[in-house]
Design a protein around this ligand. Structure first.
Ligand code: NAG
Ligand code: NAG
Ligand code: NAG
Ligand code: NAG
Ligand code: NAG
Ligand code: NAG
Ligand code: NAG
Ligand code: NAG
Ligand code: NAG
Length: 842
């Protein structure tokens, strides 16, 4: 027989037992049995058997997984037998065959998973030592200890997680889990886009691409310019545009030597997300996800499901339909979609107007009809017909068959461009008219018992609710104004009335939706309805009292609140001039320099007050133009402070609200270093750059619903590195908003610009405090020339800078072309005059 001598050096394989072949012919060596784990050298990762059974399953489902040993979910980075769970562990094991294959066997020697390695057993002259090893980076390898050759590695068989050091290639893709708890093959994959292999794309069901990175430009992908910020990763694309392309990333070591655990993951709901572990928060922080809007994910709501994009409930069923998988919908897995229940089709069916939507369908039959009702009867004629559209102008009638999915609301998009026809979905007719198919006895009795129980429970609950409400009502009438909190206490009903049933939405932030309302004394207010409020009544009131006691002319004033059952609402003064972000849109109104300068100082004063003058220092965590509101006089009012604490005691919720804003957040957020008030200073600096230039730092991606094929998305542009460079070179004219013409105070612009660059220094110790910022802006303290921010500088210096592209409207695609005043006067001439010019006349 072969002389192969398989030997293990498993020094950290603590519970290892002597090899025990299962039969005399089989000289396999057992590497891992269910009760044991194989750990990496420093215990960062472990290989083990894990039960991922969910409540609906009868049998346990064991998988051989690699996971972060001591971090909470999502901590599983690799699964061997993702489509073949083990139902009974006894006798199962991971073994190594004589031919150098790793195999996962059950008691009955059923192979659930195996590697394709083929080790040359005929080389009798060698005494080969094969060693399975779990490395510190999460890679499980089988190495020939004699010559160091790696026969197999788990990094070459990726599942849904992408770790530093792991390369994606033409054949190594990521594939999502089916659901959050089921690792079997899901619908979404990330792959190098064939046939050029010069970019990545997210693909649904292996066919439909719904997001792509854009071509590689040397330093980043054209639609992911934020990659160039060398915060945390170094990306390496070998052989781009060749079939041998291989893309990987490594983690940079922070200045303090820290390298927090980090990963990218393709989620079961189709987004790719980046996570970094934060010790301070004790949680995984997610900083980046694409596509930004979950509603852009193909098929995310399944058949007859409509994506709402609301965080609390992403999908809804078309009217008259119910979720196929009620449990799944409850836990955020919508892929099974909706159906009509057991109702069969019926001539009494009606048609529900979904508005102008884009959607996918199985089959279509097109014909001309004289009227919509003829088009409808065409559809009613077949049980397979599920919907129709009718063009009044030319009488084109389309009947859709099979199923309808992927609704994209075109009405909600800026301009209803496109085919724009209204979709009508066939829905069950009059109430209870749809015939219910005969149910089997068992199901029927189950249903009846269920209904009875439900009724009884319902009565009990209703009675309780009424009783509690009565009690509450009494209590509330007693203290409509809370003297301790110095705030008005509103009832839910009152606010419902004031906002006319929460009908006029004026904003949507990370913490909830904001509605305009009018109180009975006809004061206009903004009512913020908190989403997913955490904590109990007591905590809520404690935090409210903190926020309620903060009074500063540049901080949004809380007038009152409502805390009733699960409802948590905050009532603020209404800001008639809206958020600063509205003035930074290309087509938005323009603010005069004087107003901008006042906004810059006002915002700084507001934040400084939070940082330095409150009793307990408050880190805002989310400074951005959306959170700077302008009152009737265009005075800046910083909003959303203190809510981080309200929503949850940890940072993770806050961070969740900042997703996709790498452009704003300080490097320490991402590197997992402790967060201080200087993180706000950084975000403030980024906001200043936007204020000066009248544009966003990262050009907004195309609207989320837009997936018109063939229409390539515009390249995105990351502004700050370029701006910082020009500011240091004293070329203010190239940075300042062209819409201002030359109507601005150059000294003030210079001061604001230099302060901005000081604020976005990588090293937080270099950034000024907010108090100093105020003094600098007011001219009380001289502003020295700032050094270039190192991280951003890397972009400008490197070749990658050429990949950064300006949009045409800014006429600054290169540094040279932007120096003259002439251009600006031309562009100023045809732009509208700036809001607030009145102030500059004083
Ligand atoms: C061992 O293998 C030989 C030939 O491959 C076979 O005849 C024999 O039955 C096997 N013995 C056992 C115990 O499986
Ligand atoms: C394991 O930890 C030690 C001490 O912290 C460190 O010196 C060593 O480099 C680590 N090993 C690996 C492979 O990371
Ligand atoms: C695991 O360990 C427990 C107790 O130590 C033992 O009862 C059980 O049989 C073991 N299971 C397997 C599959 O070895
Ligand atoms: C056999 O092993 C020897 C020693 O490791 C090595 O030099 C030789 O290339 C091997 N031959 C084959 C065919 O793998
Ligand atoms: C990934 O690619 C890099 C560069 O091509 C290479 O050095 C590295 O060994 C590869 N990593 C793995 C795990 O194959
Ligand atoms: C996925 O694609 C297969 C064939 O390519 C098709 O049969 C199946 O219906 C598709 N699934 C979904 C959910 O679209
Ligand atoms: C990306 O590169 C490929 C190959 O060079 C080219 O065919 C394709 O048009 C490029 N796509 C875009 C959007 O520039
Ligand atoms: C579409 O309709 C044609 C003709 O009616 C039929 O042959 C085909 O199978 C249908 N395809 C689907 C996906 O329903
Ligand atoms: C689309 O958006 C409009 C306006 O926001 C809304 O009235 C309509 O109900 C939406 N339609 C669907 C199908 O979500």
């Amino acid at each position: 027989m072969s002389l192969i001598f398989i030997f293990f050096l498993l020094s950290h394989f603590t519970l290892f037992t002597s090899p025990s072949p299962i039969n005399s012919n089989n000289s396999n060596v057992i590497i891992l049995t269910p009760n044991k784990t194989l750990s990496s050298q420093n215990q960062t990762f472990e290989l083990c058997f894990l039960n991922l059974q969910n409540q609906n399953q009868q049998q346990p489902s064991y998988y051989l997984v690699i996971r972060f040993t001591s971090l909470p979910s999502p901590n599983i980075i690799w699964v061997a037998n993702r489509n073949k769970p083990i139902s009974s562990l006894s006798g199962s094991s991971l073994q190594l065959t004589q031919t150098g294959q790793l195999v996962l066997l059950t008691q009955n020697a059923v192979v659930l998973w195996q590697t394709k390695t083929n080790f040359n057993t005929n080389n009798k002259s060698s005494t080969t030592i094969l060693q399975p090893k779990l490395l510190e980076n999460g890679n499980f390898i089988l190495v020939n200890n004699h010559n160091g050759v790696v026969l197999w590695q788990s990094f070459d068989e990726p599942t849904d997680t992408w770790l530093p050091g792991m390369n994606l290639t033409r054949v190594h893709n990521l594939l999502s889990w089916k659901t959050l708890t089921n690792p079997s093959n899901g619908f979404y994959s990330l792959r190098l886009k064939p046939p050029n292999y010069g970019q990545f794309e997210l693909v649904f069901n292996e066919t439909v691409s719904y997001w792509s990175t854009g071509n590689w430009t040397g330093g980043s992908f054209s639609d992911v310019p934020e990659m160039m910020i060398p915060y945390l990763y170094r990306f390496d694309f070998k052989d781009a545009f060749l079939p041998t392309a291989s893309f990987g990333f490594s983690e940079r070591t922070m200045d303090n030597g820290v390298r927090p655990p980090t990963m990218f993951r393709v989620e079961p709901f189709g987004q790719i997300r980046q996570y970094t572990w934060s010790n301070q928060a004790g949680s995984w922080n997610m900083f980046w996800s694409r596509p930004e809007s979950i509603c852009s994910v193909r098929g995310v709501c399944g058949k007859f499901g409509v994506c709402t994009g609301e965080m609390s409930r992403v999908c809804e069923c078309v009217k008259g339909f119910v979720a196929v998988d009620g449990g799944g919908w409850g836990s955020g897995d919508y892929s099974e979609g909706c159906w009509r229940g057991e109702r069969v089709c019926d001539e009494n069916d009606g048609f529900e107007d979904l508005g102008a939507v884009r959607f996918g369908f199985g089959n279509v039959s097109t014909f001309t009809a004289k009227s919509k009702s003829l088009c409808e009867s065409g559809c009613l004629g077949s049980c397979d017909c599920v919907g129709l559209s009718f063009d009044e102008k030319n009488g084109f009638c389309k009947n859709y068959f099979g199923s309808l999915f992927d609704f994209q609301n075109l009405t909600a998009l800026e301009s209803g461009r496109g085919d724009g026809n209204v979709l009508y979905v066939r829905v069950p007719g009059g109430r209870g008219e749809g015939k219910i198919k005969r149910l089997s006895g068992n199901v029927l009795s189950g249903v009846i018992i269920g209904c009875v129980l439900f009724l009884v429970l319902g009565v009990v609950v209703v009675t309780l609710v009424v009783l509690i409400k009565r009690k509450r009502l009494k209590k509330e009438n007693d203290n409509e104004f809370d003297p301790i909190l110095n705030l008005k206490l509103f009832s839910y009903k009152e606010l419902q009335l004031a906002t006319r049933g929460f009908s006029e939405k004026v904003g949507h932030g990370g913490f909830g939706t904001v509605f305009k309302g009018e109180l009975s004394d006809s004061t206009v207010v903004a009512v913020k309805r908190l989403e997913r409020p955490g904590g109990g009544e007591k905590e809520f009131r404690a935090e409210i009292s903190t926020i309620g006691n903060i009074h500063h002319v540049n901080l949004m004033r809380l007038r009152g609140f409502c805390s009733e059952n699960a409802h948590r609402l905050l009532v603020y003064e209404y800001m008639p001039n809206g958020a600063l972000s509205a003035y930074l849109r290309k087509d938005g109104p323009c603010l005069s320099w004087d107003v901008r300068f006042r906004v810059a100082i006002g915002t700084a004063k507001g934040i400084a007050y939070l940082h330095e003058e409150c009793r307990s220092c408050i880190i805002h965590c989310d400074i951005k133009p959306e959170n700077i509101l302008l009152d009737g006089d265009f005075t800046a009012n910083v909003s959303d402070f203190g809510l981080a604490k309200l929503i949850g005691r940890d940072f993770s919720r806050v961070l969740a609200t900042m997703r996709g804003t790498w452009g704003y957040v300080a490097p320490e957020w991402i590197s997992g270093v402790e967060i201080t008030t200087k993180a706000d200073v950084y975000s403030y600096g980024m906001t200043l750059l936007e204020l000066i230039s009248g544009r966003r730092n990262v050009e907004a991606p195309p609207s989320s619903g837009d997936r018109k094929s063939g229409c390539e998305t515009e390249e995105k542009w990351f502004f700050p590195p370029w701006a910082a460079q020009l500011i240091i070179e004293d070329n203010m004219a190239a940075v300042v908003d062209k819409k201002l013409g030359n109507v601005y105070n150059i000294e003030e612009v210079k001061r604001v610009a230099m302060v901005a660059v000081w604020c976005i220094q990588d090293d937080e110790a270099m950034r000024p405090t907010m108090g100093t910022v105020v003094k600098m802006l007011e001219g009380l303290v001289e502003v020295p020339l700032p050094p270039p921010p190192k991280l951003l500088q890397a972009l400008v210096a490197g070749e990658s800078f050429h990949g950064v592209k300006a949009d045409s409207s800014n006429a600054v695609s290169t540094v040279d072309s932007s120096s003259g005043y002439d251009n600006m006067e031309v562009s100023a001439a045809d732009s509208e005059s700036c809001i607030g010019d009145v102030f500059s006349e004083s």
